[in-house]
Design a protein around this ligand. Structure first.
Ligand SMILES: Nc1ncnc2c1ncn2[C@@H]1O[C@H](COP(=O)(O)OP(=O)(O)OP(=O)(O)O)[C@@H](O)[C@H]1O
Length: 464
C-alpha cells in the first residue's frame, strides 16, 4: 500500500514479514499496543533477527512491564518508544535509525579495519598464564636459539611460533610451516629438501623444498613427534650441518633458518620409549615453552570469544550484537577439549547460524541450560508445553497450518482446535519499509496525523 508516497508493508504473518524483509527495507517498526500481539511477534522472532533491518518498537507503556516485552526489547530492538509519546520524539528516534541504517550500508574499508587486515592473528589473553607465555615469547624472540613448543592441540602453538618470528630479527624473511604428521613418507624427502628436475618420475622442473624456502627466516616444524624414524635422521643431519642437498642433486646448499618445533605429545616419553631420537630431541629442545590449555585459563574465554566474534561478524557481514548471558555461561562451563581452535570454530559457526541478535548457547552447539523446574499442576505443565511447541511449529512452518500440523504429528483439525483453545492466532505485526528519502515523507505523514489526536492511534491508522 502507498501512502504519501511511502511504501507501507503491513505484515500480519511470518510469511508476509519474510517477503517484506526480502524487499530490502532498512528500518522496521514493531507496533505493540495489545498483549495479544505478543504471540505473533514471538512466532516471528527468528525473522526479526535476520538481515540488516534496524527495529524500533512503538510499545504501549502498560505493556513494558511484561517480561516477554522486555526480552523483545533487549534482544531485537535498537530503540523503543513508550506510547503515547510526542510525535517529535518518534520523529527523532526514526531519523536516528535511518541514519544508522545509512552508515551500516556504506561499504566498510578493509584497510581501516584492523580485523580485516592481513596481519596474523594477535594472541589474545589476559591471564597470568598468558602473560607468562607472552613474556617468554618476547625474550626468546631476541635470541636465535631452537625452540620447542609443547601444548595440547589447538592451544596456539603455531600462533606462538609466528609471534616469535614476527618479533625476531628475521621478521622480514619467510615463516615456513611444515606439518610433519601430514606429509606422506614417500614425499617427505622432496617436500622438505626439494628436488632437481628429473629426480623422479613426474619431476618436470626443479622444486624448492620447505627448508630452502625458509632461507633467512624461520622453519616451523609442527607435530614433530609424528615424524617417522627414518625422516628424523635426515632432519638431524640438516640441523647439525645447516646444509641440504635437493633430491637428485649434488650441490650442497647452506641454509640459515631458525628452527621452531611443536608437539602435542610428550617427547621425553617418546624418547624413553625409543620412538623419537634422543639426539634430535636435544637439538630442537634448546628452549622450551608450553602453551596452556584453555580450560586452565577460563578467564580468557570471554576475551577470545569476543575477539573472534568481531572478526567473523565482519567477515560474514552479520550485524549481531554479541553473546547472550546464557551463551557466556555455557562457554565458561564447557571443558574445551579442542582448546582455542574449538572456541574459534564454535564462534564462527554461531556467527553464521545465529537467528537472533544475540548468540545463544544452541548457536554455539551447546544445550540450553535447563530452566529451574517450577512446581505446577500436570494440566498446566501440558498446556505450557503444548503452547510452546505449537508456537515453534507455526514459526517454523511460517504459519502454514498443514505444515505445522505435520511437524507436530497431529491433524489440521486438531491444530485449529488447539490454536483456538490457547488463543494462538497469528496476530498483527506492522512493518514499515522506509527507503531513502521516503523515510522523511513517512515522518511528515506522522506529523500530519499527529494533529488529529494521540500518536499511538495515528500510527495505528497509518499502518492499518
Ligand atoms: N591466544 C590466542 N588468541 C587468539 N587466537 C588464538 C590463541 N591461541 C590460539 N588461537 C587460535 O586458535 C586456532 C588454533 O591455534 P594454533 O593452530 O596455533 O594451535 P596449535 O596448538 O598449533 O594446534 P595444533 O596442535 O592442532 O596444530 C587458530 O585459529 C589460532 O589463531
Amino acid at each position: 500500500m502507498k501512502l504519501h508516497g511511502i511504501t507501507l508493508l503491513e505484515c500480519e504473518t511470518a510469511d508476509q514479514l519474510q517477503r517484506a524483509l526480502r524487499a530490502g527495507c532498512t528500518v522496521g517498526v514493531v507496533v505493540l499496543v495489545e498483549p495479544s500481539q505478543l504471540e505473533s511477534i514471538a512466532a516471528c522472532d527468528s525473522l526479526l533477527g535476520q538481515g540488516e533491518v534496524l527495529w524500533i518498537g512503538l510499545i504501549a507503556r502498560s505493556l513494558l512491564a511484561l517480561p516477554a516485552v522486555r526480552t523483545l526489547v533487549a534482544d531485537y530492538l535498537i530503540n523503543f518508544i513508550a506510547l503515547p509519546a510526542p510525535i517529535e520524539h518518534i520523529d527523532l528516534v526514526l531519523r536516528h535509525a535511518r541514519g544508522m541504517a545509512l552508515v551500516r550500508s556504506q561499504p566498510r574499508s578493509a584497510l581501516s579495519d584492523p580485523v580485516a587486515s592481513n596481519d596474523p592473528a594477535p594472541m589474545v589473553g589476559n591471564t597470568v598464564q598468558m602473560h607468562r607465555l607472552l613474556h617468554q615469547i618476547k625474550r626468546i624472540a631476541r635470541t636465535d636459539a631452537a625452540v620447542l613448543i609443547n601444548g595440547q592441540s589447538g592451544t596456539g602453538k603455531e600462533l606462538a611460533a609466528q609471534s616469535i618470528h614476527r618479533q625476531s630479527a628475521r621478521r622480514q624473511a619467510p615463516f615456513v610451516a611444515v606439518n610433519c604428521g601430514a606429509i606422506p613418507a614417500q614425499l617427505f624427502q622432496s617436500e622438505l629438501f626439494g628436488a632437481e628436475k628429473g629426480a623422479y618420475t613426474g619431476a618436470t622442473q626443479r622444486r624448492i623444498g620447505r627448508i630452502e624456502a625458509a632461507q633467512g627466516g624461520t622453519l616451523f616444524l609442527d607435530e614433530i613427534g609424528d615424524l617417522p624414524m627414518e625422516m628424523q635422521v635426515n632432519l638431524l643431519r640438516f640441523l647439525q650441518e645447516k646444509t641440504i642437498e635437493r633430491v637428485g642433486g649434488n650441490q650442497t646448499l647452506q641454509i640459515d633458518a631458525r628452527i621452531i618445533a611443536a608437539t602435542h605429545i610428550d617427547l621425553a616419553e617418546a624418547v624413553a620409549q625409543g620412538r623419537f631420537r634422543e639426539d634430535l630431541y636435544y637439538r630442537i629442545n634448546v628452549v622450551c615453552i608450553t602453551t596452556p590449555r584453555l580450560a586452565d585459563r577460563v578467564e580468557d574465554i570471554e576475551d577470545i570469544a569476543r575477539h573472534y566474534f568481531v572478526h567473523f561478524a565482519h567477515r560474514h557481514n552479520r550485524s549481531l550484537r554479541g553473546f547472550s548471558k546464557s551463551a557466556l555461561q555455557a562457554m565458561l562451563h564447557h571443558g574445551w577439549p579442542g582448546n582455542v581452535r574449538e572456541l574459534v570454530n564454535r564462534v564462527q559457526r554461531a556467527v553464521v547460524m545465529a537467528e537472533g541478535r544475540f548468540i545463544q548457547p544452541e548457536d554455539l552447539g551447546f544445550d540450553r541450560p535447563s530452566e529451574p523446574l517450577v512446581l505446577m499442576s500436570l494440566d498446566h505443565a501440558r498446556a505450557t508445553a503444548d503452547r510452546a511447541m505449537i508456537r515453534r511449529a507455526l514459526a517454523q512452518a511460517r504459519n502454514h497450518i498443514s505444515q505445522a500440523a505435520q511437524l507436530l504429528g497431529i491433524s489440521r483439525v486438531t491444530l485449529y482446535r488447539l490454536i483456538e483453545k490457547y488463543q494462538l492466532h497469528p496476530q498483527k505485526i506492522s512493518l514499515i519499509s522506509a527507503h531513502g528519502e521516503q523515510f522523511f515523507q513517512l515522518v511528515s505523514a506522522l506529523h500530519a496525523a499527529d494533529s488529529e489526536g494521540d500518536a499511538a492511534e495515528n500510527y495505528g491508522e497509518l499502518t492499518r
